[in-house]
Design a protein around this ligand. Structure first.
Ligand code: FAD
Length: 394
């Protein structure tokens, strides 16, 4: 290292135009932290189907629950590429459940508080979430409405100085353990259908009338998925995020970060699958030689690595636009589409290289195969991404 920064030493990592030296050092520290404190317990959490509360506190202590949130609310106010590095490292753990729980908490549910919350709401909910004292969940999807957010029917009737909420939310990540739920509701008085009558409320998960039921899913086992029912739940008016009937606009804004995060996580997952395959094919012998020495295997892996690198660069570009405050709807949709479709394909092809061992329920590649299958569905299905791209770019 030179003593004094030369012209070439502009703080940017030699490996990438996107990551500063600080971001690269942060990635290294984060990887070490995750491997020391999280990896040894992931299998246990998957079996227990929950992440213990102290884990949130542990991650908060490292600043990982609020990297991009303002320091006034306990966050790190770090450059966005620190979040990109963190999300990629989360994906590389190869446990969809853990990365699902953490990313919904930090980049989805709390994103609404940052975007639309007032100072009091941020103090009551964002700060404790960033500090690991509260677990956040996002409740938009309903049994009758997922991709079509404008079709939600959960009702919020004005009562006293607040609302009475009635309805059901489906597939709520962190649902059983959450302390609060950022919830999309249809506000009575606004239009009964369509995007105009939707508002966002922060609902206390322990309020009378809230019933939570665990849901069994193919993968993402420790992510604590629940169905949440609201039976005349009283929500104070001060818990409404933004103005009444503006919820749809906030949801569309927040979706950009959600899709970007999904793309970065998927790249990390594809990296993990390739690493597992690289190691296994370097050891497994078939017909007298290691698998990796068969040209067909080497070429298959080379092909996959190239595709992942292309999707990574597209994703970084979308992240760079997002970081500059651009409305990069199409680029984020492209990144989400390419990266998640690829993660599903890469994990499937890598599983093939493991033969029967890849099909064992406890094999890491099998878990990755189950977990990544969700990537092209949640956070906006691939079909919705294609719609956005077609609307913007054709
Ligand atoms: C494990 C898990 C965790 C989740 N976590 C959360 C969460 O924390 N909070 C939350 O609010 N939601 C969450 N979801 C819900 C998720 O976001 C929805 O499942 C997703 O948006 C799709 O909605 P849907 O399941 O209702 O499918 P639908 O909207 O019914 O669509 C079914 C399928 O139809 C296709 N499709 C949809 N629209 C079109 C179209 N216009 N043209 C062509 N094809 C189309 C797609 O392939 C889609 O997958 C989670 C889901 C799962 C499974």
């Amino acid at each position: 290292m030179p003593d004094h920064p030369g012209p070439e030493d502009d703080g940017v990592s030699v490996d990438s135009i996107y990551f500063s030296r600080e971001a690269t050092a942060f990635r290294k520290r984060t990887r070490q932290f995750l491997h020391r404190h999280v990896v040894p317990r992931l299998d246990e959490w998957e079996r227990d189907r929950r992440i213990p509360r102290e884990t949130w506190k542990l991650l908060a202590g490292e600043g990982l629950l609020g990297l991009h949130h303002p320091s006034a609310y306990g966050g790190g106010e770090r450059p966005f590429f620190h979040s990109v590095a963190y999300l990629e490292e989360l994906g590389r753990l190869g446990h969809g459940g853990f990365r699902g729980a953490m990313s919904v908490h930090s980049y989805m549910a709390t994103a609404y508080l940052q975007l639309a919350g007032d100072h009091g709401q941020k103090l009551r909910y964002l700060k404790p979430a960033v500090e690991g004292d509260m677990i956040a969940a996002l409740a938009i999807t309903e049994p009758q409405a997922g991709s079509d957010v404008s079709g939600i029917g959960c009702q919020a009737r004005a009562t006293g100085d607040g609302y009475t909420v009635r309805g059901t939310k489906a597939f709520v990540t962190n649902g059983m353990n959450a302390d609060f739920l950022v919830t999309a509701v249809r506000t009575a008085g606004g239009p009964a259908t369509g995007s105009a009558g939707i508002s966002l409320l922060v609902v206390d998960a322990r309020a009378p009338g809230v019933t939570r039921t665990p849901v069994d899913t193919l993968g993402w086992h420790c992510s604590d998925i629940a169905t949440v029912r609201f039976d005349d739940v009283l929500v104070p008016g001060r818990n409404r995020l933004g103005r009444e009937n503006t919820g749809f606009v906030w949801i569309m804004k927040a979706f950009q970060l959600e899709r970007l995060a999904a793309a970065v996580l998927a790249i990390g997952e594809a990296d993990c699958a390739l690493e597992l395959a690289r190691r296994y094919t370097g050891e497994r012998r078939v017909f007298g030689q290691v698998l990796a020495s068969h040209q067909v295997v080497r070429h298959r892996l080379a092909e996959l690595v190239s595709h992942v690198e292309a999707a990574r660069q597209l994703t970084y570009h979308a992240a760079w636009l997002h970081d500059r405050g651009k409305l990069a709807m199409s680029e984020c949709a492209m990144a989400k589409l390419r990266a998640t479709e690829l993660a599903v394909d890469v994990t499937s092809q890598c599983l093939q290289l493991f033969g029967g061992r890849g099909y064992l329920a406890e094999a890491p590649i099998a878990r990755l195969f189950r977990d990544t299958r969700l990537d092209t569905i949640a956070g906006g299905a691939s079909e919705i991404m294609r719609e956005i791209i077609a609307d913007t770019d054709l």
